[in-house]
Design a protein around this ligand. Structure first.
Ligand code: NOJ
Length: 735
């Protein structure tokens, strides 16, 4: 007996040695390595891989790491601490399995780019991909292996604070952006990530953006059809691009919290889409199954989440504290645990953590805020700017101008430029609007800067000084909007007005009669109806990031001709939300002349600025819309072309948009759906023909029998500069 025990412990020590040094036979595939490792793991070690801790250096957590009870950490940006934790995992734990470190690099790490909603306004997935690549490079250099991005939740309600983090209301555009982001973060490899890449995480699966009343974390009531046609496609697109991980949402859909939805997490995600990465819960969303009211305690919550398909639990410990007991009591099979662990280990192998578990503390200094990154941040900032109004041609401002009044609480605010989820962005690296303008204006130009008021609050002490500054200046630029803390997670608003007394400030300054540019810096669409009515020039800059001041100054002085177009509808008032362009027609579509139609008695039904809207310093004329052939079969493509001419005096980019309406279906179809777009550059006077090709595949939807098919019949084609201003034609799809 004694000899057997000795032999056993000798064998055990051998396995410790080989595993702790991560020795795998040369040429083993990831699958084989995963299986080999899994065989050696105890049940507790397996469950440890499924726990992501939010804690850092406390003794208790160090002990857990050493015991192999932690698989991942989130939010650790101290590279020394990261390496310390990693060293314990790799060199002190029995099997030496490396930890994976996750972080919210949402729109940049140290170099902060415009908020995702701003990036979407560029309609430039290639540029968005470059931005993601830089975010990956900076993150990885600092020891982050995995980022919780992109957020691909469709948002139709501007009250929802997290509208800032996504790409807006359109499924097609969001799907392209999702793929661009995944490629930028992870690369194009065959599942292997380069040293400058990170694992991506599509979130928040699914439907989180449909929170009732726009109130964060709130209930979502979404029909199967809407779920599949509107909310799921960006996730599926991201999976197709190879996303390594997915995060489940906090919300429920029609009575089922998504963190416990086997239908979403297993049937659709694994069964229909073939996703082979791992799913992480959102922060404590497993434990939140208790307040949701579908679990009595943490044990039941853990069991439900696991059986639904959550592989890793973020922050709460329902898995860590209960799963081994459930297995021992035969209440769940160890096979389910094995499957989750397999998925986690696979990603750890794929991103190279077994070969290279440590981050080089000397690396970040040569990577973070690299001048190429700042240049890209400036490019994205200017491409995300949207010119909403320019009636008197006040913009661009001449560089010879003698004086500018720069007024407003956001004109010289560093922090607010970065917006929600600023990574590890530092306010001191930010170029403010004031600095950007100072840098561009001529040395002789007098810049009269006055804050005027705060973003919030009702103090009007600064108004008089603002008015004085305006009076002595040739042009007034008013930087107003939301502070960084007014959008993002848990920052929903019940009002979409400009906060505080900012509108009153504009009204006071307007009385001077000076030409005014309102520069709106915001994390969401705002109901700026009064401004639209009373101020001739409006520029939308979002929360533009580290290089925001430079990018926006480029636009103000005409070094860049604005080309951005909004991807979330701007309502006239908060009462109109949710409002989105791809709505249904209803049986009584709104009409000016018919009273009993779908409209309001106290507001127009149309938005202030529709989806896809944005102006330029030049003008574009659309003509010659051709659809050929005008009758196609299910196998045949249709070509749609239009001539676009730059009819103004300067070069500019235009985003040419294609919308389609399925006129009669077995179920009702949206009044229009974006099916294609192209961003083109035209010199002044230049004309280009833009062509799109559509096939029946792109016309599919879930029919009355819930089959994903294209139905024969007439299709209306709309091509234009936004979702409203379009040329129209049609074609027929035959059986
Ligand atoms: C909660 C948020 O919903 C999610 O988006 C984020 O990634 C996690 N917290 C981690 O910080």
């Amino acid at each position: 007996m004694k000899i057997r025990i000795k032999l056993l412990s000798f064998l055990l020590s051998l396995s410790i040695l080989s595993a702790a040094q991560n020795v795998f036979a040369v040429g083993l595939t990831t699958e084989k390595k995963v299986e080999e490792l899994l065989q050696k793991m105890t049940l507790e070690e397996k469950i440890g891989q499924m726990y992501q801790s939010r804690d850092g250096g406390q003794d208790s957590i160090l002990k857990l790491v050493q015991k192999g009870n932690v698989g991942s950490f989130l939010g650790i940006t101290d590279i020394i601490l990261r390496n310390k934790l990693q060293k314990i995992a790799v060199e002190k734990s029995r099997l030496g399995i490396p930890l994976i470190f996750g972080f919210d690099t949402i729109h940049g790490y140290k170099t902060v780019f415009p908020i995702p909603l701003g990036q979407a306004a560029s309609w430039n997935p290639k540029l968005a991909e470059k931005v993601a690549a830089v975010s990956a490079k900076e993150s990885r250099s600092d020891g982050i292996d995995w980022v919780f991005a992109p957020m691909v939740d469709i948002a139709r309600d501007a009250r929802w604070g997290r509208i800032a983090e996504g790409f807006g209301e359109d499924t097609y555009l969001a799907s392209l952006m999702a793929q661009a982001k995944v490629r930028g973060l992870q690369g194009y490899g065959d599942g292997l990530f380069g040293p400058d890449k990170v694992a991506a995480c599509l979130k928040h699966y699914a439907g989180y953006g449909a929170a009732e009343g726009g109130r964060d974390y709130n209930t979502c009531e979404i029909s199967q059809r809407t779920l599949r046609e509107i909310y799921l496609p960006p996730f599926q697109a991201g999976v197709q691009a190879g996303a390594a991980t997915i995060m489940s949402g906090f919300n429920e859909i029609s009575g089922v919290p998504v963190t416990a939805s086997r239908f979403l997490l297993t049937d659709i995600l694994r069964g229909e889409w073939g996703f082979d990465g791992f799913v992480v819960s959102d922060y404590t969303s497993v434990r939140e199954l208790i307040p949701h009211g579908i679990a009595i305690d943490e044990t039941q919550a853990g069991k439900k989440a696991l059986l639904a398909g959550i592989d890793m639990e973020m922050s709460s410990r329902c898995y860590l504290n209960n799963l081994s007991r459930l297995v021992r009591q035969d209440k769940i099979s160890e096979k389910v645990i094995d499957q989750a662990v397999r998925r986690i280990l696979r990603i750890k192998f794929d991103i190279g953590l077994f070969d290279n578990p440590y981050a080089d503390p000397n690396k970040p200094s040569s990577v973070l805020l690299h001048k190429d990154h700042l240049e890209l941040a400036r490019e994205m900032a200017r491409q995300s700017v949207v010119l909403l109004k320019n009636t008197n041609g006040i913009l661009p401002v001449s560089k010879d101008i003698k004086s500018i009044a720069l007024i407003g609480p956001l004109a010289d605010s560093r922090e607010d430029m970065m917006g929600t989820w600023k990574g590890v962005g530092d306010a001191e690296d930010v170029v403010t609007i004031l600095e950007g303008i100072q840098d561009k204006a001529s040395a002789e130009c007098k810049i009269n800067y006055v804050k005027g008021c705060d973003v919030k609050g009702d103090l009007i002490d600064g108004f008089a000084q603002a008015v004085e500054a305006a009076k002595k200046s040739d042009v007034v630029i008013m930087a107003v909007g939301e502070s960084e803390k007014m959008s993002g997670e848990a920052h929903s608003r019940a009002s979409l007005d400009l906060p505080g007394v900012q509108r009153e400030l504009i009204e006071e300054v307007q009385k001077t009669g000076k030409p005014i540019v309102v520069l709106l810096l915001t994390g969401r669409p705002l109901a700026i109806t009064w401004i639209d009515k009373n101020i001739p020039t409006i520029l939308l800059g979002w929360h533009p990031g580290t290089q925001g001041g430079n990018g926006i100054a480029d636009v103000i002085f005409g070094d860049y001709n604005p080309s951005g177009k909004i991807t979330a509808t701007f309502p006239r008032n908060v009462g109109q939300v949710p409002i989105y362009y791809n709505c249904k027609n209803t049986g009584r579509p709104p009409s000016e002349s018919e009273y009993h139609t779908s409209r309001y008695i106290d507001s127009h039904w149309t938005p202030l600025y529709p989806f896809g809207y944005g102006l330029s310093y030049t003008t574009f004329h659309y003509s010659n819309l051709k659809v050929s052939p005008d009758k196609i079969s299910m196998e045949q493509p249709v070509t749609i072309s239009v001539d676009v001419k730059n009819a103004g005096k300067r070069a500019g980019e235009e985003i040419v948009q294609l919308y389609v309406r399925d006129v009669v279906g077995s179920v009702t179809r949206p009044v229009k759906e974006l099916k294609g777009f192209e961003k083109i550059l035209l010199k002044h006077g230049e004309k280009k023909t833009v062509s799109f090709t559509l096939t029946a595949e792109q016309l599919k939807f879930y029919n009355i029998d819930n089959q994903f098919v294209a139905e024969s019949g007439m299709f209306k084609v709309m091509v234009g500069k936004n979702s409203v201003d379009c040329l129209e034609s049609e074609f027929e799809l035959t059986k």
